[in-house]
Design a protein around this ligand. Structure first.
Ligand code: FAD
Length: 416
């Protein structure tokens, strides 16, 4: 892009969602400017678990989680935590979350999520291919490990519901589990293997590879904090901190967990909160990990990342400003050592990330109330990496005035 040509589209936020949107927009021939207050992909997209979780179609607010939540909440360093001082602030979100766990809502949310995941799988494979990033994606499946037959039995309704959506999996016992992952403590009599699950080599490097592709096609990146996005005749004005305004024909708000005030400026009051997640990344040689392992009773996963091992997950409903409590990373690492006795825990790097989460576990994708030229694309919760390419495809269609590749009504930013 010549420095003087104004952008067709400004994408606010260069996380994986904004980057994937930029990829699809430049492929459509648009002049795209990505604006981020930090280096690209330093938010949630930096240190996540790297999974393409196409089988994760159950909303978090499911009967299973509601059953586990009371026990989890009793442990301040457990898989689910709410700092007491944040409780009044998040109470309205929790109320919506609870409502989202009712059977009618769970069913509706799951149908929408399954449709999104079908698109996500196809759009991601296609984008990875075009960007030449195929070598960064591993198709090893994931293994979910249960400590008892009763634990699996409790999970069966969820698996049956997934089967109806065409998701392939297999319940395994005995040696079949050890064949897929040697070195497990002998405390997992039963497991579920999901062959369609994929992981990326490293989510940060993956995001940068997609950004590099977008830049090769002409996208540009600028470092600035966006203060507001407002409609203008025939376009949008992106107001930067300090007062400078960038004008464009369209704007996309893809600022992850920080999107709420920007959306509010376009007339959309969206109950976006953050589910803070924690992990520790161990260096190469930490463990011979064959694929992603999930410990559903403990709310964390162990993933091969960058030749090493990333141990983490958990949900802390604690807002955007409280400092991280890395005892959470340490707690999960200690559990992982119990479950994988040969795990070498030294040399780890701890991280905390802000998942952008809506109470019904569906993202907000669609035009803003103020203008069809300002498009929201945030709120992907635990699934932003997985759904980034699908979101990019939808955003590009909306900008072009094409019919989106799936019914976006369930993802409407105005649904709350
Ligand atoms: C521990 C953990 C594990 C996870 N594992 C997975 C997984 O395995 N698979 C999966 O699919 N998802 C996973 N996720 C979720 C995933 O990381 C997020 O859904 C996804 O990264 C969100 O991407 P994003 O682009 O919307 O947000 P972000 O990556 O957070 O990007 C938002 C960007 O907006 C910028 N920004 C914010 N406000 C402004 C402003 N005012 N002006 C300019 N720039 C601004 C920020 O600097 C940031 O770069 C995980 C998350 C966590 C925390």
């Amino acid at each position: 892009m010549a420095p003087t040509s104004p952008p067709d589209v400004v994408v606010v936020g260069a996380g994986i969602v904004g980057i994937a949107a930029a990829c699809h927009l430049v492929e459509d021939g648009r002049r795209v400017l990505l604006i981020d207050r930090e280096e690209p992909a330093r938010g949630a997209s930096f240190g996540n678990a790297g999974g393409f979780a196409f089988s994760d179609v159950m909303p978090l607010a499911s009967p299973g989680i509601m059953r586990k939540a009371p026990k989890w909440l009793l442990d301040p360093l457990g898989p689910l935590a709410i700092p007491p001082s944040y409780l009044p602030r998040i109470a309205p979100w929790l109320l919506r979350f609870w409502r989202a766990s009712w059977p009618d809502r769970v069913r509706a949310s799951m149908v929408a999520q399954a449709a999104m995941m079908r698109l996500a799988r196809e759009a991601m494979a296609a984008l990875v291919g075009r960007a030449g990033a195929g070598a960064m994606v591993h198709s090893d499946g994931a293994l979910e490990l249960y400590e008892s037959e009763a634990e699996l039995r409790a999970a069966l309704p969820g698996w049956e519901a997934r089967a109806k959506e065409g998701i392939v999996f297999e319940h395994l016992r005995g040696d079949a589990i050890g064949a897929l992952q040697p070195g497990l403590a002998p405390i997992f009599p039963v497991a579920t293997f999901v062959p369609g699950w994929q992981t990326v080599e490293d989510p940060h490097r993956f995001a940068l590879a997609l950004l590099d592709y977008a830049q090769r096609l002409g996208a540009t990146v600028r470092r600035a904090r966006v203060h507001a996005v407002t409609p203008r005749e025939g376009g949008a004005a992106i107001v930067l901190e300090g007062g400078e305004t960038v004008e464009a024909n369209h704007a996309v708000i893809a600022a992850g967990a920080w999107s709420r005030p920007l959306a509010a400026g376009t007339g959309d009051r969206i109950p976006l909160e953050t589910e803070r997640g924690y992990n520790t990344t161990l260096p190469p040689g930490a463990f011979d990990l064959r694929r992603q392992l999930t410990f559903p009773g403990h709310g964390f996963v162990v993933t091969p990342i960058g030749g090493g091992v990333r141990v983490g997950g958990a949900v802390e409903l604690g807002g955007l400003t409280r400092p991280p409590d890395f005892r959470r990373s340490a707690t999960m690492l200690a559990k992982a050592q119990r479950f994988l006795p040969g795990l070498r825990a030294e040399g780890g790097v701890q991280w905390m990330g802000f998942r952008p989460s809506l109470p019904d576990s569906l993202p907000a994708i669609g035009p803003s109330r103020a203008s069809p030229r300002i498009i929201h694309a945030f709120g992907h919760g635990h699934l932003g990496l997985t759904q980034s390419a699908a979101t990019g495809r939808i955003v590009a269609a909306l900008v072009a005035g094409r019919r989106p590749p799936l019914d976006i009504a369930p993802f409407s930013p105005q649904r709350f």
